[in-house]
Design a protein. Structure first.
Length: 278
């Protein structure tokens, strides 16, 4: 009986291998000429996308007075066959209704400016590259914040990829403003508590310009998007320590102000600056 079983097993295995070989012969070599482009977020899957990831902020207030323009870089990634030649990338502005939209030539260098053409390129044998958005320090930014939403444009070389990965929104000014990362949600226990999240505000409270200045003065950091990302990526014990430290420094600041006959630190609208030590 054992011998019969062995023979049957060998026959079954042989049939499986023949079938597999036949299937391999039927498979066509992937040769699609379609190339798609997405903004890159470093996520494991498209379903991990969250709208706040597409939001960025910038302020010239952190730069020197003689800085007339600056550059913010955004990463894009191609889908499809990697080519052995350079491929042009096209970006266009999306006008948002009811918003103070940035103006090309006034607030930023137009995406189709010939001087930038060599930077809007997917290099040969590459599937990922950073592209620039060149911002201009117009005087109007001292009094307002403008919004620049831009998207990947189909240029005949690259077409659009995933719907949620096609647009980025950059808010910028020449004064302190709330960084996008201040309220970005970080889901620390997605498998156990999928609805639980923390933000930078969990540690430092609601945003305020005076609070922002206080944090800058006491730490020497800008507390822009990059600083906040670094903070939120740090150990939870360190984050709690910093909250406690800033709370104590704020209490000390208010004591010193009281000794001088001054009110506690407040925002321009009269709201007290608060950092609670939980």
């Amino acid at each position: 009986m054992k011998k019969v079983y062995t023979i049957l097993s060998c026959i079954t295995l042989s049939m499986f291998l023949l079938t597999l070989t036949s299937c391999e012969k039927d498979l066509e070599v992937y040769s699609s000429q379609v190339a798609r482009l997405n903004f890159y977020y470093g996520l494991n899957s498209p379903s991990a996308y969250k709208p706040e990831l597409s939001q960025s902020t910038f302020s010239f207030v952190y730069t020197s007075d003689d800085c007339k323009q600056d550059t913010v870089w955004f990463e894009v990634e191609s889908m499809g066959i990697v080519r052995d030649f350079d491929r042009p990338i096209s970006i266009k502005q999306t006008i948002l209704a009811g918003e103070d939209n940035a103006e090309a030539g006034k607030h930023y260098v137009a995406f189709n400016d010939p001087k930038l053409a060599h930077l809007y390129v997917m290099p040969a044998k590459k599937a990922r590259v950073k592209i620039p958005v060149v911002l201009l320090r117009d005087a109007s930014l001292k009094a307002k914040t403008v919004v620049l939403q831009f998207e990947i444009a189909d240029n005949g070389v690259f077409t659009n990829g995933y719907d949620n990965y096609q647009k980025r929104t950059l808010t910028f000014t020449d004064r302190l403003s709330e960084p996008a990362e201040w309220s970005t949600r970080y889901y620390t226990l997605p498998e156990i508590l999928p609805d639980y999240y923390i933000t930078f505000g969990t540690y430092m409270g609601d945003y305020g310009v005076r609070k922002h200045l206080f944090l800058i003065e006491k730490t020497g950091k800008k507390w822009d998007d990059e600083d906040i990302k670094e903070f939120m990526a740090s150990d939870s014990n360190y984050r709690s320590y910093m909250r406690s430290k800033m709370s104590r420094l704020l209490a000390k600041e208010n004591e010193e102000r009281a000794a001088k006959g001054l009110e506690p630190l407040m925002e321009d609208d009269g709201t007290p600056v608060v950092i609670e030590d939980v």
